[in-house]
Write a protein that binds this ligand. Structure first.
Ligand SMILES: [Zn+2]
Length: 292
């Protein structure tokens, strides 16, 4: 049994999720993640939920969602909760753009605790004032914390991230700790265009949908502490377990990107590749998933 599954062996029948954003076509990076998600769920007797993360209304497109659903069917990744047909049928409670009321209720929880405030800083102001940590991430300095701006349309909404460490035991990387207040500062939960942010939407969804195992690429590792913090502020007592896997590499320095047509599943399909051929580029063996 791969080492990371041993680290997660205390979980009984976990619910994990596959959660693509329809801002591009399905690509090999998604297939690697899906192999982890479905493979680990199967090894632990767990289940997989499908979620469409179209929280960013300016970049998400229905044709990308349709393409992602078609490619998942073709690859034979079958969700236990919310099959692809549930999304094709129209409104679906696992599609973020159909969950606005859920996010509004979650904001009310934070608001009642005095944790949310309006922020009208422009991107340029935030960049100019930022004092990011050593990873280079821009940290919001909290300029609008005490200004009392209303939570209105046209400005950002932020949640307070007070100092403190968030510790977690990653399924592959072991014990880790992060400092959200030092990494990102007060977290944007809704942007000035009215889009719920990734951090807020997935934290609310993982809690509300009772996801207790999050399996994702290590490019999202820095988000984990702030999501654990946000979940607790929302009232979630026990955060999910996390496993951050390696990213598929084209060359050691280059992450596969959605814009790279050569890695798009629909492109590979059109070129005559079989689903088995695409999936067999990744295999679960030894102590990790090997990328062939
Ligand atoms: Zn501000």
């Amino acid at each position: 049994m791969p080492a990371e599954i041993l680290r997660l062996a205390h979980l009984t029948s976990p619910l994990t999720r596959f959660a693509p954003a329809p801002t591009g076509w399905l690509h090999l990076g998604h297939v690697l993640n899906a192999e982890y998600v479905w493979g680990i769920a199967a090894a632990l007797g767990g289940r997989v939920l499908l979620r469409i993360e179209d929280h960013d209304r300016t970049r998400s497109r229905p044709e990308y969602e349709a393409g992602i659903l078609d490619d998942l069917d073709w690859l034979e990744f079958r969700p236990d909760l919310f099959p692809t047909s549930a999304f094709r049928a129209g409104r679906c409670e696992s599609r973020q753009s159909d969950r606005d009321e859920v996010y509004r209720s979650a904001v009310e929880v934070l608001r009642a605790r005095g944790l949310v405030y309006g922020c009208d800083c422009s991107r340029a102001e935030i960049v100019a004032a930022s004092d990011g940590d050593t990873s280079g991430e821009r940290r919001y300095t909290g300029r609008c914390r005490e200004r009392g701006l209303p939570l209105a349309d046209g400005i950002g909404w932020r949640v307070r991230m007070d100092p403190g460490v968030e510790a977690f035991d990653d399924g592959r990387l072991g014990p880790l700790s992060q400092h959200p207040a030092e990494q990102c500062g007060d977290l944007l939960i809704r942007d000035r265009h009215g889009n719920w942010t990734y951090q807020f939407a997935v934290t609310v969804d993982d809690w509300q949908q009772q996801v207790d195992l999050v399996i994702r690429g290590e490019d999202l590792l820095a988000s984990t502490g702030r999501q654990i913090r946000l979940a607790r502020l929302l009232g979630r007592e026990h955060p999910p377990a996390f496993l951050h896997h390696r990213l598929v590499m084209q060359s050691p320095a280059q992450k596969l990107s959605k814009s790279d047509g050569a890695t798009g599943i629909r492109t590979l399909r059109a070129a005559g590749h079989t689903a088995l051929g695409v999936r067999s580029r990744f295999s679960m063996s030894g102590s990790d998933l090997d990328v062939r």
